[in-house]
Design a protein around this ligand. Structure first.
Ligand SMILES: C[S@@+](CC[C@H](N)C(=O)[O-])C[C@H]1O[C@@H](n2cnc3c(N)ncnc32)[C@H](O)[C@@H]1O
Length: 353
């Protein structure tokens, strides 16, 4: 079937995949990744890199969209021969100028220095990170899609330990913890290569995380960056309702660039999916607080009914004079720049026994 996405139209053999991590068949197209690609196009329109590598082509949709929507020169690599043939068909159909290689990501990435490298494999990005970090130009960017959420969220603790040398509590805050673990891992690998990263945009959607980071050279800056990585203890850092135990490592600094978030908010992206635009416009709020206050945790701890989110938010703003924010990591949580004693006091005043 033919599918239209953004300003591209691609042929996808068989059924499209709507949700969940993909199967390994040729021309794999995942509808759930539209947000991933939409956000990537919006960011690329702002960053304007010159040479872009779509290292894991699939149907070619990502690279084709880059050519049509950004005007940047893409290179696509795809290891599977039938997917490679399909990509060539799709490139022809979209009348775009793209170099397509039937080679591994590792091989193509090592041939040039790219301004933006997109790493979008099945599952973990760990096996590809060092190659990607080494072959992005100084000041260039990496886009990373991770679908190994069972490892990153701590739901498979041995895998979390084996793959990331980490411990994450698999609770209601797990997706922010998981993204922060991924960011800390990427930062650690960059530092090992005498490079450092600056987060540009980070988000979670159903079965994947997407982070975009800037990569620069510098040992001094890399050392300074490592100060942003540490363990956290929700009991002492968030609220005594949590267990007293360290988890991490996690990236403890910002997950998004203020400049890029503002540049996105200032533009209109008429042809992008509304959900993608809405998500992008909310990401700046994620850095108003490290982790968040999850109302369902407070409700179950104090045996209270869950208060209405809007009511709690306006009461909290009125009481503290601080703006309170929602988070895309949970529909029943807030990010509020107030300490946990104050948060608890307001929560208990507003929630019913
Ligand atoms: C998750 S899909 C990519 C989806 C695509 N980027 C998109 O946005 O629709 C992963 C693709 O990478 C290919 N692949 C897996 N390992 C690879 C490698 N080492 N080098 C190049 N391609 C690879 C697979 O054949 C598959 O088509």
């Amino acid at each position: 079937m033919f599918l239209r996405e953004g300003l591209a139209e691609v042929w996808v053999p068989g059924e499209e995949i709507k949700l969940g991590p993909g199967t390994k068949r040729a021309g794999f197209y995942n509808r759930d990744q539209v947000t991933n690609r939409d956000v990537t196009m919006a960011v690329l329109q702002i960053l304007k890199p010159r040479l872009y590598l779509d290292g894991f082509g699939g149907t070619g949709i990502r690279g084709i969209r880059v050519a049509r929507e950004v005007g940047t020169h893409p290179v696509i690599s795809e290891i599977n021969k039938s997917s490679f043939d399909l990509i060539n068909e799709n490139v022809k159909k979209n009348e775009v100028d793209i170099e397509v290689y039937n080679e591994s990501f590792e091989s193509i990435a090592s041939k040039y220095m790219f301004d933006f490298i997109d790493v979008d494999p099945y599952g973990s990005v760990v096996p590809f990170l060092d190659v990607a970090l080494s072959h992005v130009r100084n000041g260039g960017y990496l886009g990373i899609t991770a679908t190994d959420l069972s490892a990153l969220t701590g739901s498979a603790p041995m895998k979390t330990r084996r793959r990331y040398n980490a411990f994450i509590v698999n609770d209601r805050l797990r997706h922010e913890s998981g993204i922060r673990l991924l960011m800390s891992y990427v930062a650690g690998r960059a530092a090992a290569l005498d490079r450092y990263i600056i987060p540009i945009l980070s988000f979670w959607k159903s079965h994947y995380y997407r982070i975009i980071v800037r990569v620069k050279n510098g040992t001094g800056e890399a050392d300074k960056m490592l100060e942003n990585i540490g363990h956290t203890n929700k009991y002492s850092e968030l609220s005594p309702i949590y267990r007293d135990m360290p988890e991490g490592p996690m990236w403890k600094s910002v997950l998004n660039s203020v400049e890029v978030v503002q540049a996105i908010a200032a533009r209109s992206f008429e042809y992008l999916d509304n959900n993608s635009v809405e998500l992008m416009n909310r990401l700046g709020d994620e850095d108003k607080m490290f982790l968040f206050y999850e109302l369902t945790d407070f409700a179950s701890h104090f045996k209270r009914n869950l208060p209405k989110l809007e009511e709690l938010m306006s009461e909290m703003s009125a009481e503290t004079g601080e703006k309170v924010f929602r988070t895309h990591f949970s529909p029943t949580a807030v990010k509020a720049p107030v300490d946990s004693t104050k948060f608890q006091e307001i929560f208990l005043a507003i929630s019913k026994k």
